[in-house]
Design a protein around this ligand. Sequence first.
Ligand code: ZN
Length: 357
Amino acid sequence: MADIAEFPMTDRYSRQTRFAPIGEAGQRKLAAATVLIVGVGALGASLAQHMVRAGVGEVRLVDRDFVEPSNLQRQMLFDEEDAIAVLPKAAAAANKLRKINSSITVSAAVADVNASNIESLARGVNLVLDGTDNAATRLLLSDICFKQDIPFIYGGVAGAQGMQAVLIPGKTSCLRCLIGSEDSDSEGDTCDTVGVLAPAVEFIASLQAGEAVKWLSGNQTAIRGTWLSVDLWSFRLRESVLPQGNSHCAHCGQGRVRTAELIAEEADPIGEDAIGSIVLCGRDTVQVTLGSPLLLGDLEKSLGRRGCRLTVNRYLVKAELPSGEQLILFPDGRVLVQGTGDAENAIKLCKTYLMQG
Ligand SMILES: [Zn+2]
């Protein structure tokens, strides 16, 4: 890479600072800001690129998944080499983003966002941007944002349709009040069941990024206070004003618990022998959470001895089992089991291959 000192990037933000509502003052605010992007798939990769190019000072990425060929149609930061190398999305994205803008801080966490790590991931950020693909994680993000007084920039896409809203603690209602619980059917369509069009993703990501730039550059009064739904195929656009916090809601109501008033809540630690699992929607993949970290070096040897075809990088080990399923092992104790949608079977495979040397 050429030395940046020889190619000063003084003009980098000139078109953005010439835009009057941002100006030099807004640019300085962007440079001082930190955002958390949860999920670095289609929405998240696009959001990350917008934040990095706009000059947001620190961009934190977190994602639990790795790059696959089926991602390349719409996940704009990734290429075939990333898929061949089985790179985690957070790491592959961070590599590209640092090349796009070396003057800001990009950090990447290869992890599953859950109640035990979200508080530390979100600590000190000015905004949380939603790049996730499931209601459970979105609701967790909404809860934590309303607890820590952080605006949450929601976005969701399936097929050619998308939705977007900026949820602001103390001002609007929370996501739970808008879409219901984890089990609600309001997010029934997913990109696994109805597919997804890349331009629909980019449309929603642009709306999210636009609102983020407004907020971070000190243009909070310009925030669009509506829930927007769009169908890019038929071009229908619906907009409704976001309701205020619901007085009966523990998250967005008047009685909501703010960070300062919080009694420290114990994170839900996973016991030594506790094995958890969730079926990732429609992908024929189960995420199994083992009770303890995985020693990838040792497992690589034992899986090799047992006839598995291995792909190894510094973040994970992918093992193709003789029976056809694939195990993707992460050092934090997570295993993505591909080739089965059955949680019991996935746990059985983990026990067979990972716990019986
Ligand atoms: Zn609420």
